[in-house]
Design a binder for this molecule. Structure first.
Ligand code: SF4
Length: 279
């Protein structure tokens, strides 16, 4: 058994949320730069140039990438040969997240669902813990903006649906967001699973959008079709018209009930604030 302190996990969660607020992952930056190379619409180019300038300024000045600094979501892959020592895992992850928002003066966005009073600390964190083989602890954080979370969706289609309808349904969920979720988008999709697992797997597809292993051939083929349909729409950066409506899409195929075909789409704006560390 390997001992891992939950206080160390807390400190790592704080670091990850703070850096995610200012610094986009290199792959996100390179996708924005590459999109600027392909975009032909003057308005689309202007938006992409502004987004690139914005992330450069955020990194140089440690001013957040966006006024909406997001809800704190964390996925922990916990090796089954790890023994945790210290305070309760959830408490440490929650405190690690709230500490990041407090110390870095990031906007706190959680409130009572009816009274709408702000909780003042961005709590509670959303924590998914997965037990995996091995002796490592992988921590993945996602600071999810409200605008793009509002447009994420879970739906069900008849299992006999045609591929054409499938592609249209997934791309329509993205396109119905219009400019409201700040395109160009990153999209995580799960086709299959259940009411419980499909949104979870769509989020995992989103945070793993640039990770290995890549999608399998079947997933890749469908993902390419959907991405093509989204970018053929002409919605463009910030909905001002252009070729680049989505920067990337990762799709997960997962077994489902023979009576069902769930589709979960986790939509993220251009500001994909996710980072990870392995202890
Ligand atoms: S959707 Fe993204 S870019 Fe738009 S306001 Fe929210 S966090 Fe900011």
């Amino acid at each position: 058994m390997r001992l891992v302190s939950t206080d160390i996990i807390k400190a790592e969660v704080t670091k990850l949320f703070q850096s995610s607020a200012y610094i986009l992952a290199e792959k996100v930056k390179s996708h924005l730069a590459e999109a600027l190379g392909r975009e032909q619409s003057p308005q689309g180019r202007m938006v992409l140039e502004t987004l690139i300038k914005n992330h450069q300024m955020a990194q140089n000045t440690t001013v957040p990438l966006c006024q909406d600094t997001g809800l704190g979501q964390v996925i922990i892959e916990l090796g089954q040969e790890v023994s945790l020592e210290g305070p309760a895992l959830f408490d440490c992850v929650n405190q690690g997240m709230t500490q990041a928002y407090d110390q870095a003066f990031l906007r706190k966005s959680t409130c009572h669902p009816l009274g709408r009073q702000n909780r003042g600390d961005n709590s509670p964190v959303s924590l998914e813990t997965i037990i995996v083989p091995g002796h490592e602890v992988k921590i993945i954080v996602l600071a999810k903006g409200g605008g793009c979370d509002n447009k994420s969706k879970l739906t069900n289609l008849p299992p006999t649906v045609s591929r054409e309808t499938l592609v249209k349904t997934i791309s329509s969920i993205v396109l119905e967001a219009g400019p409201d979720a700040c395109p160009p988008y990153f999209v995580g999709v799960c086709l299959g699973g259940s009411f419980e697992s499909a949104p979870r797997l769509a989020r995992r597809a989103l945070v793993d959008i640039f990770e290995n292993p890549p999608m399998n051939q079947e997933e890749m083929a469908l993902a390419d079709e959907v991405l093509l349909a989204i970018n053929a729409s002409g919605l463009g950066p910030m909905g001002l018209g252009g070729q680049i409506t989505a920067l990337g899409l990762r799709l997960k195929l997962y077994p489902c009930h023979l009576a069902s075909l769930p589709i979960a789409v986790n939509l993220n704006c251009h500001s994909l604030r996710t980072s990870r560390v392995t202890l």
